[in-house]
Design a protein around this ligand. Structure first.
Ligand SMILES: Nc1nc2c(c(=O)[nH]1)N[C@@H](CN(C=O)c1ccc(C(=O)N[C@@H](CCC(=O)O)C(=O)O)cc1)CN2
Length: 300
């Protein structure tokens, strides 16, 4: 039985995201008053993947709730590379669109890199354009947008008053959309950062040294109690569906962290669901409003 005195503080991502939605709704109302127009986000989805459909529905609903105009672009699975590219180029030219989000993953026959490179820098609300990622790598450079999930992780730490500067941070996973940019962002915030991945020998020995752990490996409940330094902050990015016949859908979502075990040793822990996921969407709204503000300021 866990000692209740040693149970971690739960980082309530849902509540933090709700507060951010409220802040954004107020900003959008002000923009409408000042400029007579609201930010517009094009949410592009290709195909029928159930998980992507769910995330896109959540993004469109969040836009509606805060007053952002969501421009829905639903495309068939068999769309060609050229047709998709044309859609993105058209959105780049549309003055009512301030942000373009192409839901990932794309079908296998589409060259993801070519599509993400085509999103205009000033509308890159996902922060996946190579120039934005390049600027994230460099000292003294500011990307126009920062990828939503890693930005959400940092926001969770900051709003929970967890110090980052001078701390040892370990990122588990090196994906383009989470692990790699999360490591860069932690470094920008003056943490000392190590990345462990599927080819790292004995990753638990490295994770055990961390004051801050960002788990983004895509491996259900991989991180156990004995991987974690007592008092560490553990941010779980995993969204893994595991079979659970007792659930209506036949599965449930778990993170990369064994929550029940790790909460008995960590100082802070973000749950799944209700941790980083809602922050991904809150940061998308944030990036959209920031892109719109830059466009309005430039007279667009
Ligand atoms: N273009 C992009 N594609 C993808 C991104 C992204 O940032 N940009 N990230 C992921 C998926 N994702 C957003 O698209 C995302 C994942 C999870 C959640 C979320 O709120 N999850 C809930 C649980 C939901 C459930 O029960 O299924 C939670 O954690 O509480 C939001 C967004 C891949 N693609």
């Amino acid at each position: 039985m866990a000692d209740p005195a040693s149970v971690a503080q739960i980082i309530d991502g849902k509540a933090i995201a709700k507060a951010i939605h409220q802040e954004i709704a107020e900003e959008v109302a002000q923009l409408k008053e000042q400029h007579g127009k609201v930010p517009g986000l094009a949410v592009v989805i290709v195909g029928e993947r159930k998980d992507s459909q769910t995330y896109v529905r959540m993004k469109r609903k969040a836009c509606a709730e805060v007053g952002i105009n969501s421009i829905n672009v639903d495309l068939p699975e068999n769309i060609s590379q050229e047709e998709l590219l044309d859609q993105v180029l058209e959105l780049n030219e549309n003055p009512d669109v301030h942000g373009i989000l192409v839901q990932l993953p794309l079908p296998k026959h589409i060259n993801e890199e070519a599509i993400l490179n085509a999103v205009g820098l000033d509308k890159d609300v996902d922060g996946f354009h190579p120039l934005n990622i390049g600027k994230l790598c460099m000292k003294g450079r500011e990307p126009s947008s920062i990828p939503c999930t890693p930005k959400g992780c940092i926001e969770l730490l900051k709003r929970s008053k967890i110090p980052i500067e001078k701390k040892k941070a370990v990122v588990v996973g090196r994906s383009n959309i989470v692990g790699m940019p999360a490591a860069l962002l932690l470094m920008k915030n003056d943490a000392t950062v190590t990345v462990v991945h599927s080819r790292t020998p004995e990753p638990q020995d490295i994770v055990k040294e961390a004051d801050i752990v960002i788990a983004a490996a895509g491996q259900p409940q991989m991180i156990k109690r004995d991987w974690i330094k007592p008092g560490a902050a553990v941010i779980d990015v995993g969204t893994n569906a595991v079979s659970d016949p007792s659930k209506k859908l036949g599965y449930r979502i778990v993170g990369d962290v064994d929550f029940e075990e790790v909460k008995t040793v960590a100082g802070w822990i973000s749950p799944v669901p209700g941790g980083v996921g809602p922050m991904t969407i809150a940061m998308l709204l944030r990036n959209t409003v920031d892109c719109a503000k830059a466009a309005f300021a430039s007279g667009a």
